[in-house]
Design a protein around this ligand. Structure first.
Ligand SMILES: [Mg+2]
Ligand SMILES: [Zn+2]
Length: 173
């Protein structure tokens, strides 16, 4: 294993609940890093592996998230974690783009750009669409179980309750 793709919301940072629905941060105040990501990252960064972020951010095209705020979030991540690249889909469903997960477009883009070996990569997400995108790209997946999500109509290779559990998987797989 030499490449790890991370979904962003619900994996790197906490999701935000709005009116009982799962949502994502729209301000820097709402952009809170997950403790288990921070502790797991310290271990990842010692491994010589490619780390990428692959995230749907439809709130941009919905006018709910300012592009400058998203840029500030990315800068915060890059200062602290130095991902090889952070890739977003800014589209909404109606746009019919090729990047919005569950489509594999963002993963395929990074695979080709960085000559990633798909069988040595893994994608970690907290949403069914992450698992479907990884499967469509031929990349193994880890589902991060949380109180706000549940699995249906997809088959991740692994499921965990905390990112603390993924290091042995990455070593093994
Ligand atoms: Mg997510
Ligand atoms: Zn897109």
């Amino acid at each position: 294993m030499n490449t790890v793709f991370f979904d962003r919301d619900g994996v790197i940072n906490e999701i935000v609940m709005r009116d009982g629905l799962v949502s994502s941060p729209r301000s820097m105040e709402e952009f809170r890093l997950r403790h288990d990501f921070i502790s797991a990252f310290q271990k990842f960064s010692k491994l010589a592996i490619n780390l990428f972020v692959v995230s749907n951010q439809p709130d941009v095209s919905r006018g709910l998230l300012r592009p400058e705020t998203l840029t500030a979030m990315t800068e915060l991540l890059q200062e602290r974690f130095e991902f090889r690249e952070v890739v977003y889909c800014l589209h909404d469903n109606k746009d019919q783009c090729l990047c919005r997960k569950p489509k594999p477009g963002m993963l395929d883009y990074l695979v080709e750009k960085y000559a990633v070996e798909r069988d040595k990569a893994i994608f970690i997400g907290d949403n069914v669409n992450d698992i479907l995108a990884g499967s469509a790209a031929g990349i193994r997946t880890i589902f991060l179980r949380q109180s706000h999500n549940r699995l249906f109509d997809c088959q991740p290779d692994f499921a965990v309750d905390s990112l603390d559990e993924i290091l042995p998987i990455i070593d093994l797989a």
